[in-house]
Write a protein that binds this ligand. Structure first.
Ligand code: KIV
Length: 279
């Protein structure tokens, strides 16, 4: 059985479920201990997204994520946070084949990280997996619309909800995820009006990314949001900071000072007498 998390003081999956239609739920991805510490006071939910494979490990798609990678980053984010509901993504290949695989992987993630919930991509096609994981007492967040784990199959990052057939499929997916017992669902890369209608249609909170301000919450990839992304920045991202330039400027100044021997200066070296040093 999965570890009992009921004694935790953190925001839990059921707290998130109860936020349907209320004050928007603030979510960000996090992958590391220091970033989790910085974000925890400000957010309701931290997602250890499989985007970590691209953002931190340089893979071309999220298919580069492994269970071990997700668990290691999940542990770091749990160490760095005390309040947020921490959700860890199930990587591609760890859950699609069968409900039994999905339960085994979800159990491993929860037992080895202590996170509050797992997330997996898919709608009607993954309903059996969601039902089985929820039956084990592990909360599940769904993920419909644009599903990054399927981009190779889909032939690229395609916005969803632009044809009648696709809109109908999205409604079927949202209903399936809700019926399977998910406590919330990410809607990614979906036409604004469709994401808004889906939010009205289902009883669990929708978390938008490239979706609609009407969703019950929003999520962004942290590195996108703080201007750390070195490749293409998606249209739906708002950069609230520009750490690319800050880091690049710092590295350039450091390089100049090392080459000119301006660094290390008097403040950054040790004298023979310990009392003279700053601690
Ligand atoms: O992996 C991820 O970061 C995600 C978010 C974009 C929702 O799934």
């Amino acid at each position: 059985m999965a570890r009992d998390l009921s004694t935790s003081n953190r925001i839990g999956a059921e707290d998130i479920r109860r936020r349907k239609g209320g004050v928007p739920i603030v979510c960000l991805t996090a992958y590391t201990y220091p970033v989790a510490r910085m974000l925890d006071p400000h957010v309701d939910l931290l997602l250890v997204g499989d985007s970590v494979a691209m953002v931190l490990h340089g893979h071309a798609t999220t298919l580069g994520a492994s269970l071990e990678m997700m668990i290691a980053h999940g542990q770091a984010v749990m160490r760095g946070s005390t309040k947020a509901c921490v959700v860890v993504d199930m990587p591609a290949g760890s859950y699609e084949a069968s409900a039994a695989d999905a339960v085994a992987s979800a159990r491993r993630i929860v037992n080895e990280t202590g996170c509050q919930a797992v997330k997996l991509e898919g709608g009607v096609d993954m309903a059996a997996q969601i039902t089985a994981i929820v039956a084990e007492g592990i909360p599940v967040m769904g993920h419909i619309g644009l599903q990054p784990q399927s981009v190779e199959k889909d032939g690229g990052y395609k916005i969803k909800g632009r044809t009648r057939e696709n809109v109908e499929a999205l409604f079927r997916d949202a209903e399936a995820v809700e019926k399977a017992g998910a406590f919330s669902v990410v809607i990614e890369g979906t036409v604004e009006a469709v994401a808004s209608d889906l939010t009205l249609h289902i009883s669990i909170p929708t978390i938008g990314i490239g979706a609609s301000a009407d969703c019950d919450g929003q999520i962004l990839v942290i590195d996108d949001m703080i201007g750390m992304t070195v490749d293409r920045v998606p249209k739906f991202v708002k950069e609230y900071a520009n750490l690319r330039d800050t880091i690049s400027d710092a590295a350039a100044r450091y390089a100049t000072e090392v080459r000119s021997r301006a660094f290390p200066g008097r403040d950054h070296v040790f004298s023979a007498t310990s009392g003279k040093d700053k601690t």
